[in-house]
Design a protein around this ligand. Structure first.
Ligand code: 13P
Length: 253
């Protein structure tokens, strides 16, 4: 049985003190929830990883994720943060290849493939993001775009490695816009991604793969999206910065 996952991506928001307050409020509200086969993830700014990890402690199925990871191991790479450093700070997951990193920081599928390797080289689960821009949706090339992102970023992995990966489908036109992919549109892409993984790695890996939807997920649409057969949770931006909204989305999984 594959895991359902609700992951917040705070992006460049919150100080460490604000972050600890937000996580504490969320955890307090979900502490009695049964999290069997369900995970709650906080994708926090790197400077908050240590303090958020210490609030979470050893609560099962609750994780801290970084929002990026260096493609280098160590050395003269000013400003970079390595997988080893992230792991030592308490991160157990990493968001890799978010469209904002692809667009504003020029991260290619090839660089992202290396970042995935670095995460898996430590005990960090990659949440590998893919998704098309509006023009690609409109001109109906989105499946080709997503196929290339998934193949070039992930398909060098062994079967054992692929079994550890989480994928997030985030249509760029739905991020921060208030516009959401319809459950049917998202389901179609999620099923497509699962079929790609199945063709390469077989049914078992594909069936166990958690594929999250991201793009204006909020309390009012979360349960409908997550109820689709191939949508295993959400990668939540704006709504994850509000404790009660994020809690509602967690409860919808
Ligand atoms: P919003 O939920 O704010 O649209 O952001 C989605 C996202 O980019 C999560 O990674």
């Amino acid at each position: 049985m594959r895991n359902k996952i609700v992951a917040g991506n705070w992006k460049m928001n919150t100080t460490p003190v604000e972050g600890v307050a937000l996580v504490s409020e969320v955890l307090d509200a979900v502490k009695d929830m049964e999290l069997n086969h369900k995970k709650v993830v906080f994708g926090v700014p790197a400077v908050s990883i240590t303090s958020v990890a210490s609030i979470i402690g050893d609560i099962a199925n609750v994780h801290v994720a970084s929002q990026n990871i260096s493609s280098y191991d160590s050395g003269a790479y000013t400003g970079e943060i390595s997988a080893t450093m992230l792991e030592a700070s308490g991160a157990t997951m990493a968001i890799i290849g978010h469209s904002e990193r692809r667009e504003y920081f020029g991260e290619s599928n090839q660089v992202l493939a290396t970042k995935v390797d670095k995460a898996l080289g430590r005990r960090i689960t990659p949440i590998y993001c893919c998704g098309e821009v509006l023009e690609e949706r409109k001109n109906n090339t989105f499946q080709t775009v997503i196929k290339t992102q998934v193949e070039e970023g992930l398909f060098h992995l062994s079967m054992e490695e692929m079994a550890k990966v989480v994928i997030a489908y985030e249509p760029v036109w739905a991020i921060g816009t208030g516009e959401t992919a319809s459950p049917e549109q998202a389901q179609e892409v999620h099923a497509f991604i699962r079929s790609l993984v199945s063709a390469k790695y077989g049914n078992e890996v594909a069936d166990n793969l958690s594929i999250l939807y991201g793009g204006s997920m909020k309390p009012s649409n979360a349960s409908e999206l997550i109820s689709m057969v191939d949508i295993d949770g959400g990668l939540v931006g704006g709504a994850s910065l509000n404790a009660s909204d994020f809690v509602e989305i967690i409860k919808a999984m």
